[in-house]
Design a protein around this ligand. Structure first.
Ligand code: FES
Length: 164
């Protein structure tokens, strides 16, 4: 899964930055504090844009490349905000063998974004995920907690239209 930079401009608030700086200050002298700081920073912002990574790198005295490397390595971290409607397409084995790769490709085509991206209006985000625990419905995807199963790519436009 490739993570890409978002097209959505960063819109962090002064209050969020204050929380972040307090968080960094509370961890500054603690060894191995990068992971917990990143986790809690993601709780503050909902994701970890470069602007936030830069503040963390500077605040903890860690190279930005190291921060970026961790954020892009671990699936729990996201460089992108979630859309109003967060779409997760299962690429687990059961779904994949039933063609979920084609579902993902159709979603990318319809939304004009790639896996890990968010539409410029912030409406839809798209992520490929591991098994959703709904293998009996393979291939499956979830939109804001609603499961869609036994999907064919040609059903995608009608499903997206429900959210327009
Ligand atoms: S592999 Fe897709 S839900 Fe399990």
């Amino acid at each position: 899964m490739t993570k890409r930079k978002t097209a959505v401009p960063f819109q962090g608030t002064a209050e969020q930055e204050k929380q972040l700086r307090e968080l960094i200050a509370s961890y500054k002298e603690v060894p191995g504090s990068l992971m917990p700081v990143l986790q809690q920073a993601q709780d503050i912002y909902g994701y970890l844009p470069m602007e936030v990574q830069e503040i963390i790198a500077e605040g903890l005295g860690v190279p930005l490349a190291e921060v970026y490397g961790i954020v892009t390595f671990y699936a729990q971290f996201s460089l992108n905000p979630k859309g109003k409607y967060a779409i997760s397409v299962c690429l687990g084995t059961a779904c994949y063998v039933k063609g979920s790769g084609n579902l993902l490709a159709r979603l990318e085509q319809e939304l004009g974004i790639s896996d890990g991206g968010v539409t410029p209006d912030g409406k839809f985000s798209l992520d490929a995920t591991r098994c959703l625990g709904a293998c009996g419905l393979a291939p499956a995807m979830v939109i804001n907690g609603e499961v869609y199963g036994n999907l064919k790519p040609e059903q995608i436009p009608d499903i997206l239209a429900k959210y327009e």
